[in-house]
Ligand binder design. Structure first.
Ligand code: HEC
Length: 154
């Protein structure tokens, strides 16, 4: 092989490797972009749901659980910082959907009272769940959807 042909081949393969790297890089950044985009969509959806949930809370829940979510000792359990709400996502949805009565323990305090079903639709329950799970210092990453609420049976 002549010297300059050899050099040309080396140069050729270098260009080839470089172009592969460029394609791989741009695909990688595309994936990241889609990820960021879907997080942003979920973020706005969650914010809108929380805003609707705030209104539902004011109309249907506030008289017992109070504006600050702290409830009334021994009578109405707190939602703010409630270990029940944080750890029992499904039971919380079920209690809002179908009502709840009998003895429960919230943050180490016993309650034995009754909350009747409030007749809310699945979407409204999802919204109010997103509100109470993201207020008064409560935080949850996975948003509640009407589909999740629909799956919760009595
Ligand atoms: C009439 C008063 C009343 C209303 C209105 C009411 N609750 Fe309750 N809630 C209670 C009582 C009482 C309990 C505890 C029941 C028991 O002792 O078994 C409870 C329990 C809960 C619990 C589980 C325990 C906890 O503190 O984490 C959640 C979650 C909850 N309520 C959310 C709501 C939401 C959301 C609404 C509005 C859609 C609502 N409640 C409306 C009285 C009420």
């Amino acid at each position: 092989m002549k010297r300059h042909t050899k050099r040309f081949l080396i140069l050729e393969s270098l260009v080839f490797i470089m172009s592969i790297t460029i394609v791989a890089q741009s695909e990688k950044s595309n994936v990241t972009y889609t990820k960021i985009k879907s997080i942003k969509i979920q973020d706005t959806k969650l914010k809108e749901s929380i805003a609707r949930g705030h209104e539902i809370y004011t109309d249907f829940c506030m008289q017992c659980h109070l504006p600050d979510g702290k409830g009334t000792p021994k009578i109405f359990p707190p939602l703010a910082g409630s270990d029940w709400l944080i750890h029992k996502r499904k039971e919380s949805i079920r209690s809002i959907k179908y009502g709840l009565n009998g003895p429960i323990e919230v943050n180490g305090e016993p309650y034995d009272n009754a909350m009747t079903s409030l007749g809310l639709e699945d979407k409204e329950i999802a919204d109010v769940m997103n509100y109470i799970m993201n207020s008064w210092g409560n935080t949850q990453n996975t948003m509640v959807t009407p589909e999740e609420v629909a799956k919760v049976k009595k």
